[in-house]
Design a protein around this ligand. Structure first.
Ligand code: AMP
Ligand code: GLY
Length: 435
């Protein structure tokens, strides 16, 4: 058993709104002593000290933690997990929250994830894998000639959330194959691809704590991935979230536990890489039942910004139980409230955008009841916060029902200003209509 010390010095790795939400929750733990972010951002720096080391610099992070009395590390983003930061910290004698490199493959290789699901009968879209563009092109030609009208092309490796193309014509599918395999748009991540069947139905995100054997799902949530209202425009990292998802019924939850969550954790054990940390299930509720769209080996962003504010339990205790293999369902309790998060982005995101615009109004928004502004792409400049990324802020509100949470979040958004800011006006609309 690691970490019997009563009070712990903790480092959270990462620099987005997700990390700000994790830090906000960890600051409420009675066992947190000192808390730092590596590298954090200008907004996080207003809550905790930030240390300027790149999240992908494994040696730099491990050395810093070793030399500065850090007892426990929370590794939040996919890249350092896929690079083996948890393994390296472990070697240095520092326990951490997150999967080892071998287990992080569940996100870092879509082919690994698909083959795992096939082998263990976990419901997912039918698929084929390719490492040769000529064969992939022949396959899509036959697929569309067979009368089907949509297909999904996925780069095998990590691609900053951009490696998936939903294709509604043969020409689009051919272009997507060529972009990934011949033009190498995603670098080595696109050398191998998955081509899969197009699924339809409401999408639900379920984050789950895992200790290698036990899996405890958190409250469900719903992301809004497209850039513009009405689910139009390009895919983004996520433009807003609500929790819980009204599509997530107790019946569906128990079916997913039996057919997806438990079998996945068992399957990972059998590969010799038990999963510890937060396992993200991206699910589609199809007419044939729930199916896995993707796994992520980490907390979702911006799902975390609506899930953690509703957590009633001590996040640090839960994380330590995941690391120690002592997780129990009763450790994870949520309130009965709802939460909504509106992403305020830089005009032009997810393509190119300008940086450096002064942000005003965050304090006024934070002063509203049950509102918290999680800062993602912002930096400190001359005593003010300025924009420094595509997704700038995640404005989150919690309330007894979803409509109120949305009203409160949008009222808070109105207090905030920066040049060329844009946000979706219809977050939660589909969820409200489903009631
Ligand atoms: P991913 O990066 O795997 O989360 O995929 C991005 C988005 O593409 C998902 O959130 C879905 O909306 C969509 N998508 C991925 N796979 C499929 C599929 N097989 N059928 C329909 N939509 C999909
Ligand atoms: N919101 C989707 C993700 O974190 O991948």
């Amino acid at each position: 058993m690691v970490l019997e010390k009563e009070k712990l010095n903790i480092a959270v790795i990462g620099s987005g709104g997700r990390e700000h939400a994790i830090i906000t929750k960890l600051l409420q733990s009675k066992r947190t002593s000192r808390l730092i972010a590596i590298p954090g951002n200008g907004g996080i720096a207003r809550d905790v000290p930030c240390v300027d080391i790149n999240a992908g610099d494994i040696t730099g992070v491990v050395n810093y933690c070793k030399n500065n009395g850090i007892d426990y590390v929370v590794v939040a983003p996919d890249d350092p997990l896929a690079l083996g930061m948890v393994d390296a910290l472990d070697k240095a004698g520092i326990p951490s929250f997150g999967p080892v490199k071998k287990a992080a493959r569940i996100e870092a290789s879509k082919i690994f994830a698909k083959d795992l699901m096939k082998k263990h009968n976990i419901p997912t879209a039918g698929y084929e894998t390719f490492d040769d563009s000529a064969a992939a092109l022949r396959y899509v030609q036959e697929y569309f000639t067979g009368g089907r009208d949509s297909i999904v092309i996925k780069a095998d490796g990590l691609a900053l959330g951009k490696g998936v193309t939903v294709c509604l014509s043969l020409a689009e599918a051919q272009a997507a194959v060529c972009e990934a395999m011949d033009e190498k748009r995603f670098g080595a991540s696109g050398e191998h691809i998955v081509i899969e069947e197009f699924l339809q139905g409401p999408e639900v995100s379920v984050l789950a704590f895992c200790d290698g054997s036990t899996v405890v799902p958190m409250i469900s949530s719903m992301d809004h991935k497209r850039a513009h209202d009405g689910d139009n425009g390009p895919n983004t990292g996520g433009m807003g979230t609500i929790a819980p998802s009204p599509f997530w019924t107790p019946h569906i939850a128990s079916a997913c536990m039996e057919k997806i969550f438990l079998p996945t954790v068992e399957a990972m054990k059998k590969t010799g890489a038990p999963f510890k940390g937060c396992l993200y299930f991206g699910l589609m509720l199809t007419r044939d039942g729930p199916k896995v769209i993707e796994y992520n080996c980490r907390f979702g962003d911006p799902e975390t910004q609506v899930v953690l504010p509703l957590l009633n339990s001590d996040l640090l205790e839960i994380m330590l139980a995941c690391t120690n293999g002592t997780l129990k369902p009763e450790m994870v309790q949520f309130t009965n409230e709802c939460a909504a998060c509106i992403i305020m982005a830089s005009g032009g995101y997810p393509s190119s955008y300008n940086r450096g615009y002064k942000i005003t109004g965050i304090e006024e928004a934070n002063a509203l009841h049950n509102v918290k502004v999680y800062v993602a792409g912002a930096a400190e400049k001359d005593g003010a916060l300025v924009t420094s990324g595509g997704r700038v802020l995640g404005v989150t509100a919690a309330a007894p029902d979803l409509q109120q949470a949305l009203n409160n979040a949008y009222n808070a958004v109105k207090k905030i200003n920066f040049e060329s800011c844009y946000y979706r006006k219809d977050i939660g609309k589909k969820a409200l209509q489903s009631n």
